[in-house]
Design a protein around this ligand. Structure first.
Ligand SMILES: Cc1cc2nc3c(=O)[nH]c(=O)nc-3n(C[C@H](O)[C@H](O)[C@H](O)COP(=O)(O)O)c2cc1C
Length: 183
């Protein structure tokens, strides 16, 4: 088996941490995986892998546009190699925002793609007011106020459900195995 490629965009490192957790899970299962930040993804060939996951965090309502460009540039490969998309954001701390229908950021991202991912995973992110600059903190406090989340400027909460992350890694493993069997 050739393995799994994960391409990610992370502003402050939380998405990278989630990806590292997936790496541990996959490698414990003897599945080889390559983890590549989006700024180093230019010369990758997705067809050299059995499954590919592309994802990143939401910053001011948007995923890193390079993620969409990567998928579109490699769209022909994704008609053969199974693709999963994953999104990390704070509104996903609420269960109803962890579905495509419930998460406006993910819906908008997928609407702009010509390829339909075989799987989409929406993961709650990390809130860390003390690490934000003044402007970012005010904006996130406002978002939290509207969505009934914590606004205290000392709050640090990791909303990520790491069991969900493990299940996602297992799902990728299964996608890769099925795809390898079909070749
Ligand atoms: C400047 C900034 C803007 C953000 N904007 C949003 C947003 O619009 N909606 C949301 O749900 N989460 C938003 N978040 C939360 C991030 O998606 C979340 O903290 C995520 O865990 C960050 O992951 P990263 O460190 O990999 O970038 C924002 C975070 C920051 C720092």
């Amino acid at each position: 088996m050739t393995g799994i490629l994960i391409v990610y965009a992370s502003r402050d490192g939380h998405t990278r941490q989630i990806c590292e957790r997936m790496r541990q899970r996959l490698e414990a299962d003897d599945v080889s995986m390559r983890l590549v930040p989006i700024d180093q993804a230019k010369d990758l060939d997705p067809s050299a892998f059995d499954a590919v996951a592309v994802g990143g965090s939401v910053v001011y309502g948007k995923h890193d546009p390079r993620l969409g460009r990567f998928i579109e540039d490699e769209a022909d490969h994704f008609r053969q190699t199974p693709l999963a998309f994953f999104s990390v954001n704070l509104i996903a701390r609420k269960a109803e925002k962890r579905s495509i229908e419930g998460n406006v950021y993910v819906r908008k991202f997928l609407d702009n793609l010509s390829v339909e991912p075989a799987h989409v995973e929406i993961i709650a992110g990390h809130l860390d007011y003390p690490s934000y600059g003044f402007f970012d903190r005010i904006m996130i406090q406002l978002t939290m106020k509207f969505t009934e989340g914590p606004t205290d400027r000392n709050t640090v909460i990791d909303y990520t459900d790491y069991e969900q992350v493990d299940r996602f890694a297992d799902r990728l493993r299964d996608m890769a195995r099925e795809s390898a069997d079909d070749r």
